[in-house]
Write a protein that binds this ligand. Structure first.
Ligand code: S3P
Length: 425
């Protein structure tokens, strides 16, 4: 990728539908009674994997542009798949499906690509075993066999790691279980499942630190407009914040506070960023972000914010390299088990760019010196979010950077390169 310095990001854009919300609504629609319409369904490969997976379970799904219609089969209506269920690169697809499949009368087997097959599944299987589910895993990883015909019962489960995917899998299993299922977490992870369940008519009790549902009640099909993906928007927001002269407006973007820790981090770095949430009587908060570029300053990340910006750490680290002074990012062990070992990928890439960093086992310290980064070969390890973070980094470097696996943006943001070219000036 060729880069010039002093590039700015200017203009307006609407990010594609939120991937995280798309998965949840598609799964819930599949087990609902009646028809659901999902507007602005995310265009990336990951959510396509979820649609393929529910189709393989006998669910009728039709797509018309970005509108997806799902004819739900109710809690008892999924059919045994004829072959393996392929989650591709998508951890959300595989983990949420595990929760859904645990309470079925039939067997199924979930597989994934080489990246997904390296990621841990014991974290999702363990609570489901407590609920009565039976599984065969490969060393706690995929392929994962889910054995049917084992009735589930509700449990009270405290998440050992803050993971919205695990919370979701347990709550999905709870829909099929007898009695009440309670998930407790010490740091609140994204609340899209709680909001989605309520949108399908399931009574959800949320207290500080816990969420509960009662099993045995069919979700009811409904219509939803999926907000723009904050995590996709974040690459451009981060770039605009640190390149002076930038001025960017993001429309229709999801602003659920459990996702927007990156905006709060940018504020802590003195960024000129504002956001406004449009009134949303029910459902997911969404609105507008405006960001203008100026000199940023290093900061220390508050660990309690990590779940709310977990997918934004790659772009946050890039922004920190363009800020003046020291940024401390710690408590990031979870990054090692994402689509790639993102901590390693970030550390290696920043070193290649000539940034002054101290790599830590669970994080890194970045001593930002804007203007001193040099062209480099940046490895993405096939990870969509690393490709996009390096694309933004390369804009601030004099000379040419080379990034591999450019095409991986299709996992979450197929229009990324087009939008980047349009906003660059
Ligand atoms: C997600 C939760 C996070 C996040 C992932 C999507 C979700 O993963 O990194 O991209 O949609 O629930 P964990 O649950 O592993 O933290």
């Amino acid at each position: 990728m060729t880069a010039r310095t002093n590039l700015r990001l200017r203009g307006r854009f609407d990010p594609p539908g939120d991937k995280s919300i798309g998965h949840r609504l598609a799964f819930l629609a599949a087990i609902s009674r009646g028809r659901s319409r999902l507007e602005a369904f995310p265009p990336g490969r990951d959510c396509a994997s979820t649609l393929e997976l529910i189709r393989a379970l006998g669910v009728e799904v039709s797509e018309e542009g970005s509108r997806v219609t799902v004819v739900g089969r109710g809690l008892g209506g999924l059919r045994a798949p004829l072959s393996d269920l392929d989650a591709g690169n998508s951890g959300s697809t595989a983990r949420m499906a595990t929760g859904l499949l645990a309470g079925q009368s039939f067997d199924s087997r979930i597989v994934g690509d080489s990246s997904l097959s390296r990621r841990p599944f014991d974290r999702v299987v363990n609570p489901l075993i407590e609920m009565g589910g039976v599984f065969e895993t490969t060393d706690g990883r995929l392929p994962l066999r889910v054995l049917g015909g084992h009735p589930l019962h509700g449990i009270s489960y405290t998440l050992p790691v803050p993971s919205a995917q695990v919370k979701t899998a347990v709550l999905f299993a709870g829909l099929f279980a007898s009695g009440r299922t309670i998930v407790r977490e010490s740091t609140l992870s994204r609340t899209h499942t709680e909001i989605g369940l309520a949108g399908f008519g399931i009574p959800v009790v949320v207290t500080k630190g816990s969420v509960s549902i009662d099993g045995g009640r069919d979700p009811i099909g409904n219509e939803f407009r999926i907000p723009g993906d904050f995590s996709s928007a974040a690459f451009f927001v981060g770039g605009a914040a640190c390149f002076p002269g930038s001025d960017l407006v993001v429309h229709g973007v999801g602003l659920n506070p459990t996702r927007t820790g990156f905006l709060r981090a940018l504020r802590a770095m003195d960024a000129d960023v504002e956001w406004e949430t449009a009134p949303s009587p029910a459902g997911e908060p969404m609105g507008t972000i405006r960001v203008r570029g100026r000199e940023l300053h290093g900061f220390t990340l508050d660990p309690s914010e990590i779940p709310s910006l977990i997918d934004e750490i790659p772009i946050l680290a890039v922004v920190a390299a363009f800020a003046k002074g020291t940024t401390r990012l710690e408590g990031l062990g979870e990054l090692r088990v994402k689509e790639s070992d993102r901590l390693h990928a970030i550390q290696q890439g920043l070193i290649a760019l000539g940034a002054y960093i101290e790599p830590l086992e669970d994080g890194l310290v970045i001593h930002g010196h804007p203007g001193e980064l040099r062209p480099a070969r940046l490895r993405s390890y096939g990870d969509h979010r690393m490709v996009m973070a390096w694309a933004i980094a390369s804009l601030g470097v004099a000379g040419e950077c080379e990034i591999d696996h450019l095409d991986q943006v299709k996992i979450s943001y197929p229009g990324f390169w087009e939008t980047l070219n349009r906003l660059l000036c």
